[in-house]
Design a protein around this ligand. Structure first.
Ligand code: PGA
Length: 265
């Protein structure tokens, strides 16, 4: 797993006007992406279309922060995954801010994961326990429930392409940092759960990210977690100065291939 590509996604949340978002995306578009790293950004919905044009031919990926589970119809105010098709490659599903502030249920999230695949978009499916659940030693149960319910409509092949982000709710936007052992434990739990439900191949192929108060100073240590494939970054993704060093840390965590010079053989 450590030899795989690393994925870093910046979740801009409800920040930046369209003009600010496109200008920032333009700055990122000029950056050299480290070998072995996939970088994505998740701007506000109104900026997605314009930014998708800016990112063409750059290698940077685009993620929507949300998408509805029905493809079209009488759902005032919603943007469907069908509308995101061809614009964003990823979509965040089940982010804790939507689970808690907007009361999104596991059922709703399950339908969104299915809608994403139906429309050719990879879901970045977020799971994680609250502080109370952690204090009550319910972390394993919460992860297991969120995973089994959230992925229930997917095939094993789809699950193997899914990105699961472990985001302990108590560490999001709080400056509270999960310890390496918390992250390691969650990564193992997630892989075991996926393996039990969808088989070995899906369990080892599923991409697992960590998110929660990631900064340029702690990114390197999280990236050393065995089985972790990358990071979902909120606050620190809001400027080039704080985001790009995290992308570079991901590049440094990718093992360098030993290239054998043919003449020396
Ligand atoms: P944070 O947010 O890095 O600001 O804690 C992470 C997230 O919500 O994805």
């Amino acid at each position: 797993m450590s030899s795989r590509k690393k994925l870093v996604i910046g979740n801009w949340k409800m920040n930046f006007s369209v003009r600010q978002a496109t200008s920032y995306a333009g700055k990122l578009a000029g950056k050299q992406i480290p070998v072995g790293v996939t970088v994505g950004i998740a701007p506000q919905a109104l900026a997605l279309s314009e930014i998708s044009t800016i990112l063409q031919k750059t290698g940077l990926k685009l993620a929507a922060q949300n998408g509805f589970y029905k493809d079209e119809g009488a759902f005032t105010g919603e943007v469907s995954m069908t509308m995101l098709r061809g614009i964003s490659q990823y979509v965040l599903v089940g982010h804790s801010e939507r689970r808690h502030i907007l009361r999104e249920s596991n059922d709703f999230i399950r339908e969104k994961n299915a809608a994403a695949f139906r429309n050719g978009i990879i879901p970045v499916f977020c799971v994680g326990e609250t502080l109370t659940e952690r204090h009550n030693y319910h972390t394993n149960q919460v992860l297991s429930d969120q995973i089994s319910l959230g992925l229930a409509d997917l095939t094993a092949e789809e699950v193997s392409k899914t990105v699961i982000a472990y985001e302990p709710v108590w560490a999001i936007g709080t400056g509270e940092q999960a310890g390496p052992e918390d992250v390691q434990h969650a990564v193992e739990k997630i892989r075991t759960e996926v393996t039990q439900l969808y088989g070995e191949a899906a369990g080892s192929a599923v991409t697992i990210l960590y998110g929660g108060s990631v900064t340029k100073d702690n990114a390197g240590s999280y990236l050393m977690t065995p089985g972790l494939d990358g990071l979902l970054v909120g606050g620190a993704s809001l400027s080039v100065q704080t985001f790009w060093p995290i992308v570079e840390a991901a590049g440094e965590s990718v093992p360098k291939k030993i290239t054998v010079n043919k003449k020396e053989r």
